[in-house]
Design a protein around this ligand. Structure first.
Ligand SMILES: Nc1ncnc2c1ncn2[C@@H]1O[C@H](COP(=O)(O)OP(=O)(O)OP(=O)(O)O)[C@@H](O)[C@H]1O
Length: 677
């Protein structure tokens, strides 16, 4: 619909008054100019641009244009079809559809032949730059600087020679919140159409959606809106998240809604935004991919969510293989070389938790590719078990799996443990020398547990080994080639350790090629499966038949926060099995340690009441998880510290005994005790 002639005349008069004010009297017009136009005029004047300048800048040469097109290849690929569609809408209106890059260089245009000739006189053609610094106020250049859609009509253009144009442009934002290009419709100012800017905005939204979907085709995408009918529309907010629920992309709607800044450096994780756990949502989505879920946001509102791009990729593998594996791992510290082929594998670890499944899938993708794996997670979540499974599932499974816990060995011994030494090279050294872990792991996998606790000096030496792929034992002049696959684990956030200066940045990048985070037990949705596996393992030696577990206890296990994770659960089950009489076949609440009840009962927590099942409806409301992370008014940390203090008192300060009772390693307990002092 064209703008009515009277309205157009009135607008043009106002602009020419403003122009007189600004250019002839050197004053700022108080009315008549849209704020972005006035800001742009001021920028141009401050930059020393002459509004009467008739000098034309030559468009970029073919090679330069081709480079610019290569840099924006993805934008061009997705914009092509949309531009053709837009052009169909405006074909008879004497206009052009233009795509420019982030610097305002025109990459592609489709134009009405009648208008193209005139447009070319002002260089509206591929290769021409519409950077505001040189071209003055214009829709393309000004939209880039304003970071918002703008319409520049006739005499609003700073340079007089562009006054015959009317242009509407909107920046295209990428998933990191940066401008990826600009879409513009330009035409003769006499044929100004009222809805042109709306058409540009809509086309840009469509383009942003296509770019987002292409960039994150393999990631999990979370689409949401407070109203269900908007999920799937151009108005939906969309986040891309990695396997750990960290936001890696956000469309402009999500960005505005959540107040995210460009670059996503401070973007919250899924868990910080929503009250329902990430794993629980993924599980639900895997079972009913088309359902909308009604989720409560932590800030108070509720939104309808659709999870896209998430499938259960591997069938679950029957329990017995995991059982063998866990038995293997439970035999003892097992921190030395073994040939654990044929036992635990990544497939056998899949017990139905969606977050764990993602970690397994990610790890599988780098197998055999010489990419170091970093496993993060709280103590006792199964990091070492995961590392063994990774080794056993790969091409090196015939080779050794060698583990070293960097937090468990005194600092002065790490060096000789890792690098080995020749006989008599230092006081106390064995006469025949010793082969270090790095050499032992040759042809296999070296698992460095608690790498975040490795002393700085040792980090430098390890880095050199990884770069040079050879090791020089202490006291030796000869370097020995080593071929190892490196898997590291840590309970620390290594990035923070780098910031604090306790972990080398170069080593961080070396060990951190692929990070998988194992979920804490309290956030896992497959607790039942783990419990029955552990029960089978722990009761394998009983001669009086299979064991069960009361529904009351199972419900409690599902709600308990498990500060010691699977290790603690394993110990609780081990003790419960030991407490059973020969004629008892079911674990009940009386077989559980008193500490568990102390915590659960005293503080008025959920106790052993059955948990609420999740509703299954086409539009499913997922209940927020039971308040397992806090009990009463106390935080999990406080409860944990209190439990440690109680057990330490009961065992008369014996750390090993306390660690056994609490179901954590001695190192972990030392660490936690450090926090108490
Ligand atoms: N999915 C599982 N099924 C059965 N047992 C498991 C599972 N995950 C872990 N475990 C058992 O829990 C115990 C702790 O596991 P593991 O040592 O791998 O944890 P971790 O994260 O490396 O602990 P830490 O950080 O304290 O070294 C082991 O005995 C292991 O066999």
């Amino acid at each position: 619909m064209a703008v009515l002639p009277q309205l157009r005349d009135r607008r043009e008069n106002t602009i020419s008054d403003a122009r007189r004010f600004f250019f002839e009297l050197g004053q700022t017009p108080e009315a008549g100019l849209a704020p972005p136009v006035l800001r742009s005029w001021q920028r141009c004047r401050n930059g020393g641009l002459d509004h009467l300048d008739a000098y034309l800048i030559d468009p970029a040469g073919r090679a330069q244009l081709s480079d610019a097109r290569d840099r924006s290849a993805r934008l061009l690929e997705h914009a092509g079809g949309i531009m053709e569609h837009v052009f169909e809408q405006i074909r008879a209106s004497g206009s052009m559809v233009i795509l420019a890059d982030t610097k305002g260089m025109i990459l592609h245009c489709l134009g009405d032949p009648d208008f193209v000739g005139r447009a070319q006189r002002v260089a509206l053609q591929p290769g021409a730059s519409w950077d505001e610094t040189f071209r003055g106020t214009n829709a393309i250049g000004t939209a880039i600087l304003e970071g918002a859609p703008v319409e520049i009509h006739g005499a609003e253009h700073y340079l007089e020679r562009n006054g015959f144009l009317t242009c509407s442009a909107a920046p295209v934002f990428n998933a990191q919140g940066c401008i990826a290009g600009v879409l513009d419709i330009s035409g003769d100012s006499r044929s100004n159409q009222r809805h042109t800017l709306g058409l540009v905005r809509l086309s840009v939204q469509l383009l942003e959606k296509r770019l987002f979907e292409a960039e994150f085709a393999k990631e999990i995408r979370i689409a949401f809106h407070p109203r269900p009918e908007y999920v799937g529309s151009l108005q939906e907010a969309m986040l891309a998240v990695d396997a750990d629920g960290r936001i890696v992309g956000a469309n402009p709607v999500a960005r505005e809604w959540l107040g995210l800044t460009a670059g996503l450096a401070d973007a919250p994780s899924f868990g910080m935004l929503f009250r329902t756990g990430f794993g629980q949502v993924l599980d639900r989505a895997a079972n009913a991919p088309d359902d909308l879920l009604l989720l409560e946001m932590r800030r108070g509102d509720a939104v309808y969510v659709q999870v896209r791009g998430h499938r259960r990729t591997r069938p679950e593998v029957p329990a017995p293989r995991l059982q063998e594996a866990a038995q293997e791992s439970a035999k003892g510290p097992a921190k030395t070389s073994d040939g654990s082929k044929g036992r635990i594998t990544l497939d056998s670890l899949a017990t139905g938790d969606a977050r764990l499944q993602l970690a397994l899938d990610r790890a599988r993708r780098v197998q055999g590719k010489d990419i170091p794996l970093l496993i993060q997670g709280e103590s006792g979540v199964g990091k070492e078990l995961f590392a063994r499974a990774f080794h056993n599932s790969g091409v090196r499974s015939d080779g050794p799996f060698v583990a070293l816990n960097c937090a468990a060995i005194p600092e002065n011994l790490i060096e000789s443990e890792l690098f080995g030494y020749v006989g008599g090279s230092f006081t106390g050294a064995r006469r025949e020398g010793a082969v270090g872990k790095l050499q032992q792991a040759h042809g296999g996998t070296l698992f460095l547990d608690e790498i975040g606790d490795m002393p700085l000096g040792m980090q430098a030496r390890l880095l050199r080994v990884l770069q040079e792929r050879s090791v020089t034992p202490i006291g030796s002049m000869k370097s020995i080639p080593v071929d190892i696959s490196l898997v590291c684990a840590t309970h620390r956030v290594l990035r923070d350790a780098v910031k604090q200066g306790v972990f080398r940045e170069d080593l961080y990048y070396r060990v951190n090629s692929l990070t998988v985070t194992l979920p804490p037990l309290r956030e896992r949705t497959d607790v039942r499966r783990i419990v029955s596996n552990l029960l089978e393992i722990e009761s394998a030696d009983r001669r009086s038949g299979p064991l069960g577990i009361s529904e009351e206890v199972m419900g409690f296990f599902e709600r308990y926060p498990w500060p010691g994770n699977v290790r603690q659960l394993q110990n609780v089950i081990r003790v419960a099995v030991a407490l059973l009489d020969d004629n008892e076949h079911e674990i009940a609440s009386i077989h559980l340690p008193e500490e568990l009840f102390g915590i659960d009962g005293e503080e008025g927590g959920e106790g052993l009441a059955p948990s609420t099942p999740m509703t299954a409806m086409p539009v499913a409301a997922i209940a927020s998880p039971a308040p397992a992370a806090t009990i009463g008014a106390r935080s999990l940390d406080e409860i944990e510290l209190e439990a440690i203090a109680t057990v330490m008192r009961e065992v008369g300060g014996n750390v090993s005994a306390a660690a056994r009772r609490l179901g954590v390693s001695r190192n972990t307990l030392y660490r936690k005790l450090g926090r108490m002092s």
